[in-house]
Design a protein. Structure first.
Length: 123
């Protein structure tokens, strides 16, 4: 039973890590929460997998930095939003479905709300 639980956590961790990486690239998908969930899953699956994940660049750059600082610098927030907004605007030109365009804009607005009000700005 313990091996099944460990396997399930490892699979959830890999899936969450993949979605987190996609969220780093895609503008409408937040990567941070998925990295945190991946870290949680990996820590529950096995010590070896947890140690591996903690040594990855993704963990060092995104999860650890966020956990230690409990927020982001204004410059980081602006950089992330500019990159994401560039992809969002480009997406609007490639999508012909009005409902999808409205959803993309709504998610973009939520992203700005989240970055401004939910993620603490540190100096």
């Amino acid at each position: 039973m313990k091996k099944l639980k460990n396997l399930l956590f490892a699979l959830l961790g890999i899936l969450s890590l993949g979605i987190g990486i996609a969220g780093t690239i895609l503008p409408v998908l937040p990567g941070g929460p998925f990295y945190l969930f991946a870290a949680f899953c990996f820590s529950k699956s096995s010590k070896r997998v947890e140690n591996w994940f903690k040594n990855t660049t993704v963990y060092q750059k995104y999860v650890l930095a966020f956990l230690q600082k409990k927020g982001m610098k204004k410059k980081e927030k602006i950089r992330i939003n500019i990159i994401a907004d560039t992809f969002i605007v480009a997406s609007l030109f490639f999508v012909d479905i009005l409902l999808v365009q409205i959803l993309i804009v709504a998610l973009a607005l939520y992203k700005h709300y989240y970055f401004i009000y939910k993620i603490e700005t540190i100096k």
